[in-house]
Write a protein that binds this ligand. Structure first.
Ligand code: PEP
Length: 253
């Protein structure tokens, strides 16, 4: 038995204007606040972060950003720094597969962002996961283990325990084709906790929360949350639907 607290984060991706964000949060804030025992986080686009932050004041729901640069300031047009994110948020998604695939984010950049997040005091949600090709050729373990080793390089033992990892098989993200609970559990056990144990130690490997992400819905969430290695979910599409997101959080409680 471990005492890892369940964790559910909603990644809105590039969805919702300011007004739509306000509407979405208004629709789910009350039911979400009533669910105890789960760490809940909303990750809207940057433009909606201030309004969502104001709506979450005093609520038991955290706020996260979907990306940031690792540098504190300077000539990085279009980027936001860790302290800019920290002004509003307590969490930061790092290395989402869409950033890796469409914006060329590398394990080395993930590592720089992770160090920057730890330094400023943000809780990082680090995403790892294999593509369909890698999955079908039996390379899940190798790929995910490499992402963890390179992504976590130089992280000290105390900081490591604050990190949340999201195991997100790329083939399951936004496709409606979720992994099975058993398959995801095995990947988390073999590829993630084993690598964490070798990199840090077994106690740290057991203390880090690992989420599953990839087409999670209110109906399949219980299958994932009943797995011993899975501590919650990073939710994309379903986090834009108040009833679905609330159902997922309830399933984690
Ligand atoms: C995600 O955006 O991280 C994700 C898992 O998306 P979806 O739930 O839509 O598959």
């Amino acid at each position: 038995m471990t005492d890892r607290k369940p964790f559910v984060a909603g990644n809105w991706k590039m969805n919702k204007t300011f007004a739509e964000a306000r509407e979405l949060v208004a629709a789910m804030l009350k039911p979400l606040s009533g669910i105890a025992g789960v760490e809940k986080v909303l990750c809207p686009p940057f433009t909606s972060i201030p309004v969502v932050a104001s709506m979450l004041v005093g609520a038991d729901v955290g706020l996260g950003a979907q990306n940031m640069h690792w540098e504190e300031k300077g000539a990085f047009t279009g980027e936001l720094s860790p302290s800019m994110v920290k002004e509003f948020c307590a969490y930061i998604i790092i290395g989402h597969s869409e950033r890796r695939a469409y914006f060329g984010e590398t394990d080395e950049q993930v590592n720089k962002k992770l160090h920057a997040a730890m330094k400023i005091g943000l809780v990082p949600i680090v995403c790892v996961g294999e593509t369909l090709d890698e999955y079908e050729s039996g390379r899940t373990g190798e790929v995910v283990s490499r992402q963890i080793k390179l992504g976590f390089a130089g992280v000290d033992f105390a900081s490591a325990q604050r990190i949340v990892i999201a195991y997100e098989p790329v083939w399951a993200i936004g496709t409606g084709k979720a992994s099975s609970g058993e398959n995801a559990n095995e990947a988390v056990k073999q590829a993630i906790r084993r690598t964490l144990s070798a990199t840090f130690n077994e106690a740290i490997a057991q203390s880090i929360r690992v989420l599953y992400g990839g087409s999670v819905t209110g109906s399949n969430a219980p299958e994932f949350f009943s797995q011993p290695e899975i501590d919650g979910a990073l939710v994309g599409g379903a986090s834009l639907k108040p009833d679905e997101f609330v159902a997922i959080v309830k399933a984690a409680a």
